[in-house]
Design a protein around this ligand. Structure first.
Ligand code: RIB
Ligand code: CA
Length: 317
């Protein structure tokens, strides 16, 4: 499966990237980074560090947009730590960043690929929206877009909005509407599902066990350490037994879609209201004549998800 991952590492983005690197059925054509959890400089550095941790230094990383399309930038350093990776220290990144801008890479890769490309988005959709605005016709070469974003219930930035859609609501709307215009299948995995993918102490211990005793697995050890410092406020506020692993759900969907339940709905993203900007608006009955049409994830086999993740990360041992 030809794949491009657009991300804002971020701890959960990092785990998603490592899951993808551990999955030979995913042909990772490139990684584009975007400002989101932390600055574009830091998300790009973090992507390099994670590729080096996963010993995939041949992967190409293309830095993208440093700010959202319209609204003022926001970050989530309070969730991911100032360095975006839970304060875990990595050796200075050695692998180069590509000179080509992330938007240009997306646009050029999708102009005439040898096979349709799957796009996994793990952060604000600024890069993807800008590429689709520059060259709308590239949408026809998208196999599908699988994104983490939105919330049908409560958001995690405001009561209405989830971070990826709140950080760049205009981009999120552009992507959903452009995809619908070109009949590109879109799968949206919202907070309502990712909040059920909790890295409980037992699940984190299973990751630590991959690198204990005679076993050495620096990837699993680093992931467990990052998770110890991830989303502590969200855990407290939500009463979770650990951090929710939002972005790895996207990669898990690509690998084992049967782990998820979905429903087809019409959708858009609110951009005008000062109160609900970034809200994923879904319509199950076609009453609102919304331009977007998505497969909305509604359920997850969380044990199956962690079995997949733990087995995959075990390959780094
Ligand atoms: O709301 C969760 C999403 O926002 C995740 O992608 C996390 O990494 C942040 O980008
Ligand atoms: Ca992310």
């Amino acid at each position: 499966m030809p794949l491009i991952i657009d991300c804002d590492p971020g701890i959960d983005d990092a785990v998603a990237l490592l899951l993808a690197m551990a999955s030979p059925q995913l042909d990772l054509l490139g990684i584009t980074t975007v400002a989101g959890n932390v600055s574009i400089e830091t998300t790009s550095t973090n992507a390099r560090s994670i590729c080096e941790l996963g010993q995939r230094t041949a992967l190409k990383i293309f830095p993208g947009c440093p700010r959202p399309m319209v609204r003022e930038p926001i970050i989530a350093a309070h969730v991911h730590g100032e360095n975006g990776l839970g304060g875990v220290r990595f050796p200075p990144a050695q692998m180069p960043l590509q000179q080509k801008h992330g938007v240009d890479f997306l646009r050029d890769s999708l102009r005439s690929p040898s096979a349709p490309i799957t796009l996994a988005t793990l952060g604000p959709l600024t890069n993807v929206a800008m590429a689709l605005i520059q060259a709308p016709e590239i949408a026809q070469h998208l196999e599908r877009i699988v994104m983490m974003g939105g919330a049908v219930g409560a958001g995690n930035v405001t009561g209405a909005a989830e971070f990826n859609f709140y950080a760049d609501p205009h981009a999120a709307q552009v992507v959903l509407h452009s995809a619908a215009e070109y009949d590109v299948p879109v799968v949206v995995i919202p907070l309502d599902v990712t909040h059920r993918a909790i890295a409980t102490p037992a699940r984190r211990q299973a990751l630590r066990n991959l690198s204990s005793g005679s076993l050495s697995n620096p990837v699993a050890k680093t992931v467990a350490t990052m998770l110890d410092n991830y989303g502590l406020r969200e855990q407290r506020d939500m009463g979770f037994a650990g951090p929710p692993l939002h972005d790895p759900c996207v990669i898990a969907y690509l690998l084992q879609p049967a782990l998820f339940e979905t429903e087809t709905v019409s959708a858009t993203v609110e951009i005008a209201s000062p109160w609900t900007q970034g809200r994923l608006v879904v319509d199950r009955n076609g009453e609102l004549d919304l331009p977007g049409r998505i497969e909305l994830a509604t359920g997850i086999d969380a044990d199956g998800f962690y079995k997949l993740l733990t087995e995959a990360l075990g390959c780094f041992g």
